[in-house]
Design a protein around this ligand. Structure first.
Ligand code: SF4
Length: 330
């Protein structure tokens, strides 16, 4: 059965953009495929950080992932640095990757342009990403559109390694993207993709009161300036898409009708959204509170996931070392 791999940065508590754009899809996929979900802390150190903060954000991310529904009985959920084979395979792949391929990556150009000094780790980020995926011989990678270029590079690396070292029996599959159903969650400013660095997010674990404080001023259909003006749900870049994500089809139909007829003002519509969000997020928040109160249990779940991931990673690296002549002392 096709194997899935996906990773997420240890950015602390999930926000609803991560949840809708990635994690909710992972929760569904874990029932259909063998799956590996990784908190990619080696990637996180390619930009400035502090060790205490990274540790805290890693634990918070684990709590959010388990609370959102990743089930350790179904999927392997682990922290990247618990499996050192990620960096070993990344080094191997670095020796096969032309510099020009890395310099062309849009994400590198974007991130490098925002830093005074650019470290080699940032340039090599997509090579480590290829190692993350191929270490588990993953066939499918659930990604957002912004990661498609990196995944193409993973396929090129897999193809090159197979051609050079295992032409008779290719080891690595060429992983295919599975674009997430909710491709781009716009932030509450109605301008850019939801992102912590832009301050336009709602945290998955925020209280109903805090969520309302953020929803209330959220940008909607800007051509609708008075309550009696009919609106266009399709022009509403924040509240309507979130209704489609959180509300039942019956509520979404009600939103559409009342927006077009001016039966509801935007505040009425936001109240309905707030009720839908609270209904979905309340059980997640209860699970998160329970896990956060038991940090050792979270550590044990991650340690177990790390051991299961490492078993697979070791098998892959044994073949890689054998095929590349790196096992001379074995
Ligand atoms: Fe958006 Fe709802 Fe206002 Fe229509 S009524 S513009 S869907 S918030």
């Amino acid at each position: 059965m096709a194997r899935i791999f996906s990773g997420i940065q240890p950015s602390g508590e999930l926000h609803i953009g991560n949840y809708l754009g990635a994690v909710k899809n992972w929760v569904a996929l874990q029932h259909e495929h063998p799956a590996f979900f990784c908190i990619v802390n080696y990637h996180a150190i390619t930009v400035p950080y502090t060790p205490e903060d990274l540790r805290r954000r890693t634990r918070e991310m684990a709590v959010s992932l388990f609370a959102a529904g990743l089930d350790p009985a179904r999927a392997v959920v682990f922290v990247q640095s618990d499996v050192p084979e990620h960096t070993e395979l990344a080094w191997v792949f670095n020796t096969l990757t032309p510099l020009g391929e890395l310099e062309r990556q849009v994400q590198f150009k974007d991130k490098a342009g925002r830093q005074e000094q650019v470290m080699a780790g940032l340039l090599n980020y997509p090579v480590l990403q290829a190692a993350d995926i191929l270490l588990y011989l993953a066939d499918i990678v659930p990604v957002g559109e912004d990661q498609v270029q990196h995944l193409e590079l993973s396929r090129v690396i897999a193809r090159n390694w197979n051609a050079r070292f295992a032409p008779d029996a290719p080891l690595f599959p060429e992983p295919q993207p599975r674009l997430t159903p909710m491709r781009r969650i716009v932030g509450l400013d109605g301008q850019a993709k939801m992102s912590k660095s832009l301050g336009n997010t709602i945290g998955l674990l925020e209280s109903p009161e805090a969520v309302w404080d953020k929803l209330r001023p959220a940008v909607t259909d800007e051509q609708r300036t008075r309550k009696r003006d009919p609106g266009e749900p399709e022009r509403c870049r924040t509240v309507y898409p979130l209704h489609k994500a959180f509300s039942t089809p019956a509520v979404v139909a009600e939103v559409e009708a009342n927006c077009r007829s001016a039966g509801w003002g935007c505040i009425d519509c936001k109240k309905a959204l707030h009720a839908s969000m609270t209904a979905e997020l309340a059980p997640i928040q209860a699970r998160a509170a329970d896990l956060a109160a038991r940090p050792m249990a979270v550590d044990e779940l991650l340690a177990d996931g790390g051991q299961r991931a490492r078993r697979v990673a070791r098998e892959t690296m044994a073949v890689v070392r054998d095929r590349m002549g790196l096992d001379a002392s074995a």
